[in-house]
Design a protein around this ligand. Sequence first.
Ligand code: ADP
Ligand code: ZN
Length: 824
Amino acid sequence: MKCDQQMNNHFIDVILPIPLQKAFTYHITMAEAGFLKPGMRVAVPFGKSKIYTALAYKIHNNPPTAYEAKTIHQILDNKAIVTEKQLEHWQWIASYYMCSLGEVMRAAMPNAFIIESETIISKVEDTSVNESDLKDEEFLIYEALQHQSSLKIQDVITILDKKRVLPIINSLVEKGIVQLQEEIYQKYTPKLVRYVRLQEHYKSEKKLQELLEILSRAKKQREVVLSLFQMEAVSKNAIKVSELSEKSGTSSAVIKALIDKDILEEYRIRTDRVNFDGEVTSTEKQLNIHQQKALKEIVTSFEDKSVVLLHGVTSSGKTEIYIKLIETQLQLQKQVLYLLPEIALTTQLVSRLQNYFGEKVSVFHSRYSGNERVEAWNNILNNSEKAQIIIGARSSLLLPFRDLGLIIVDEEHELSYKQFDPTPRYHARDAAIVLGNIFKAKILLGTATPSLETYYNALEGKYGLVEIKKRYNNVMMPEIELVDLADMYKRKRMKGHFSERLIEEMTEALEDGFQIILFQNRRGFSPIVECTTCGNSPQCPNCDVSLTYHQYRDQLRCHYCGYNSAMLKSCQACGNMTLDTKGFGTEQIEEEVKTLFPSRRVARMDLDTTRGKYGFEKLITRFEQREIDILVGTQMLTKGLDFRYVKLVGILNADNLLNFPDFRAHERSYQLMTQVSGRAGRTDFRGKVLIQTYNPNHNILQQVSTNSYTEMYKEQLNDRYNYKYPPIFRLIKVTLKHKDYNRVSLASEWYAKSLKQFFKINVLGPEFPPISRIRNMYHKNILIKIPQKQSLQKTKQAITKIDNSFNSVKDFRSVRVIINVDNY
Ligand code: ADP
Ligand code: ZN
């Protein structure tokens, strides 16, 4: 072996899915060197006894100097499953966001691709397996799983009596027979739609005539049968119960009667969001002149800019413009990536696009099971027909695109494009621009409320800028009225948290048959419980925050760690039964609305009501179908939803948005309020928005109510200059965490002092954040501000150096350090 190694000097650097600073080098044979390509998976031994799935990165002839290279176990792929462009992009992410390539790999690849020794496998339920399709070894495992619910990789090794078992497991995963344990997700159950057909034995002309005879006295039933017959004759598509009912002009009760008589047969098909099997229903819409002009400007702008910002007011019809741009790409046979802030919140958009593009649309959904993800991955990798348009949230950036022509970043200002935890802490908009450039593709950022940094880049000429100031249909922007809470309370014009004005407007909107959205950015009943005798309020035992009261469960809950306990009867400190609640959340608002409007249907949309399976989708559908009159919710309500009958939007309290301790609080308040206002009056009537506040003269509120984005921008940018914040300065935040208060303090002092030697006054902290302890860990933050002319690369090198020395101090080794580049 030794001699063999010396004779052929072939090595491979692999990426392991763990946070290693460097790629790891293994020895390979000459034949392997000839076969392996970057992006193929190999199984490798690591540490004492672990096996990992690693990704081939570089094939070369240089033995590692620090250790003796082990040999790989085996090659798992026949061809690369990660593309070179992908690797290039991952490399950028790792270096820009200061993490390891392995961490990017871990975030990017479906778990099913990276089997390792700790992995546990189990059988996929409800799949039909053709046993003769299985190879002998596959069959052995399949059989073992009939008797045992799960197997460890080690068990598989024992069963097969061989070490190198990963390819066999891979193949079973690919065949959809086994799944990896950690991925027993709740499966995405698609909606079932009811279809009907004529029972088989009536299909002949003769039988049908007889049937019509029999039904001659049941006129309506006869009508149904005739309609169905006609429909089946003209279209091969399955026929929905609802379509038949419409076409024949009869009620579904008549259809049911025919089903009961065994004349019609009912069946259900999943309208699967993975496999779109509906028809393309929407015909193309004609753009209006504003949209046409914008589209033309975008196309022109793309001639010399790779990024264009489409700044169009809410409901200006941006989506229709995206659709035109996508069409052009499809004609060029290019792939399109459509990024959305949160995929769960976008069922509306998905169906809109599917209605145009049918099965060319693939959704990359975080709730998909391992196998579904593998399928999506492969479709994209093979540039298959199904994967021409990929819709997904931020992680879909990491997929194996072949020939990307356009990336759309919808609602580019959304905070959820930034990944905070775990690493890689990337911003999907920025990473999308880099990805686009790798493909020489175009990037369109769309929003009604651009983030400050994007607008800045547009004004600086880095991005093209295209604006639409008119709503589609020329509906006026909603009328916004500020309601002065101080005054209302003084004049006793309040019922609970509702001003008289808000109640008046609500009453009117409801009487006119419209729907209402009420926005409150806190969930729960009340965020603070306080004893009126001694002032004590119950705190989370793990975090440094007060517990929120949730009335529905009569519980106190921590919104940071999930801790909960039953609501207390008396104060823990003084024992008096004088606990009172302060502040209010969505739960309390919902309750008050129900009392104010007892005959109306009220629902609530926040984390608590949408956690369950499809909770969100169900609420949206019910609201769309007008089964709900008033919807109370948190910022979930702001995400680009398109409802047709919402006339009134109420913001219960603008002040806690404005007072949030963050340099972006004002910018965000503007965006949130403008976006939620944008849900009102989207069709042909003007919407109305009421904002309740103690500070009606606040500049941001004035700017929201007059729709003055540019004024907001100028004022905020000025602040950013003065206080050295983005987009004028860049930020890197270093967070240190430890369960011991003193240790985290000492460690962060050391860290900050070292940073200050390099960056002088541009280092802030260390400082406890407003919530200094979460899940029993104390946090301390250090903020590094980077002037525009300072090299980002050198800055990061210096930080890495400091971080390395920090880790070599024994006392600090147990302190967790989190480096967050562009931490906003
Ligand atoms: P935005 O994304 O800018 O908020 P949307 O694209 O959702 O706006 O458009 C708002 C509404 O106007 C949608 O209901 C959409 O179907 C409709 N709409 C937009 N453009 C057109 C068009 N050219 N023809 C018909 N309807 C349109
Ligand atoms: Zn807690």
